[in-house]
Design a protein around this ligand. Structure first.
Ligand SMILES: [Zn+2]
Length: 440
């Protein structure tokens, strides 16, 4: 594929792959380019691929990818500049730290061109839900990372805004929800984007105080798990469709919710997704769960090849019943959740506890589990009604049964649960967590 064809595929007005065959052809083409580039230019990958006996053109399609070793965040952190292409001038690339759960984030590097390409995949997602040129987007998140390295992009953004009539307002999610709602009523954006937790609180505010005749056309929720209860609260407050998307800084937009089926379309022309189950790579099949491994097909400056994100997914049907050419997910379970390490040293995905509590419907408006020490977990509840001592005892007992290990569970009834310094609410926090997650 020539570079002209490549641009036709990537940039708007030309269209993305529209059939499954085109998509697979493009994905394999891009995978070959990436692996060959990494072997030639990125010392870390030259070493690990060399150790696996791989050289140029050994990885030609996704089926050859199984020979490539996995990479963790720790591997890239230790590799430092060895994980960055020798062909880029590091002072000229964009830099951003991941929001590490253990205070040990990874510095990610990307060229301006790569950032623009990632932006096209994001815009495809927005257009799918009905974004139109000139729409005003309100993004409720932590304020975007700022550094001198981002100056060139800010200039480009201003230019892009001018060309595409894009309007975007950033609102700080650490503000009081009632203040955020007042701002929204004043600026009246057509599209609202934010973390699921803060959107749910805004939905409640909107139910109570009204929206003054304003409602967005649709709402996009990301970064945190959009539970059925959160979705309902958002929908009740604003009366418009709520869609979920899945993105990470390492991978950009990975998947977005299908309007028709509720499955998530995987951006297979942007990433290759695989899963690990019980520490082994698993075959993808409907309803199978595992830790997601991604290969970003457009980050050459600092490649992510078979990279462990630490999130958990459940596969959906191989192609979406709506007719879109993408494979699907049924759900993304582990977004920004710490994993708990029990007294025996066993690591567990805390969703196990959460799903164990499903029988206690409506235990609270908001809950948070914090593991203080391996044998002590605090459950904080912002109650929606009266919780009797008997109910609290039942909750404690259910958690202990889920864990099957000697753990003390303290329940605290609180008025509110504050977001983390990153602006995200965490359902699961652990002071004993490690960076990467492995299921038990
Ligand atoms: Zn679909």
């Amino acid at each position: 594929m020539s570079s002209r064809k490549f641009f036709k595929e990537i940039f708007p007005g030309y269209g993305f792959p529209s059939t499954r065959e085109e998509l697979i052809g493009y994905r394999d083409y891009q995978l070959r380019r990436l692996i060959n580039y990494a072997i030639s230019n990125v010392p870390y990958y030259r070493r690990v691929l060399g150790e696996a006996g791989l050289t140029h053109d050994d990885v030609r399609t996704i089926s050859d990818l199984s020979r490539v070793p996995l990479t963790t965040k720790d591997d890239l952190r230790e590799a430092g500049l060895e994980a960055v292409s020798k062909r880029v001038v590091t002072s000229r690339v964009l830099e951003k730290f991941t929001t590490g759960t253990t205070g040990n984030p990874l510095l990610i590097r990307r060229t301006i061109r790569e950032q623009l390409i990632a932006g096209q995949f994001w815009r495809r997602c927005l257009r799918y839900y009905g974004h139109r040129p000139g729409d005003h987007l309100a993004v409720i998140s932590i304020y975007p990372f700022r550094s001198a390295a981002l100056e060139p992009v800010r200039g480009l953004r201003r230019f892009a805004k001018f060309i595409m009539h894009n309007r975007r307002t950033h609102l700080d999610c650490r503000q009081d929800p009632s203040d955020i709602l007042e701002t929204l009523k004043r600026i009246r954006p057509e599209i609202l984007i934010g973390y699921a937790g803060i959107l749910a609180l805004l939905g409640e505010e909107a139910c109570e105080k009204g929206t003054g005749g304003w409602s967005p056309r649709f709402i996009l929720s990301g970064s945190e798990t959009l539970s059925a209860s959160r979705r309902e609260r958002i929908q009740q407050g604003f009366g418009v469709p709520v869609y979920d998307y899945y993105s990470t800084y390492e991978g950009g937009i990975l998947a977005w919710e299908c309007r028709d089926t509720g499955f998530y379309h995987i951006a297979e022309d942007h990433i290759v997704a695989e899963t690990l189950s019980n520490g082994r790579l698993s075959e993808r099949s409907d309803r199978e769960q595992g830790e997601i491994i991604i290969t970003n097909l457009h980050n050459f400056c600092m490649p992510f090849v078979r990279y462990r994100l630490g999130d958990y997914i459940t596969w959906g049907p191989c192609t979406c019943p709506c007719g879109a050419p993408f494979s699907t997910l049924r759900g993304i379970e582990g977004r920004w959740m710490d994993h708990f390490i029990l007294p025996s040293g066993k690591r567990i995905h805390p969703m196990k506890i959460y799903t164990g509590l499903h029988e206690f419907k409506d235990i609270g408006l908001q809950v948070q589990f914090e593991q203080v020490t391996p044998d002590n977990i605090i459950l904080r509840i912002v109650p929606s009604g009266r919780l009797t001592e008997g109910m609290l005892d039942d909750i404690r007992r259910t958690i202990i049964e889920c864990l099957s290990e000697p753990v003390r569970v303290d329940v605290e009834i609180v008025e509110r649960i504050d977001p983390e310094p990153t602006g995200k609410y965490k359902i699961f926090k652990s002071r004993t967590a490690e960076d990467t997650a492995v299921t038990s």
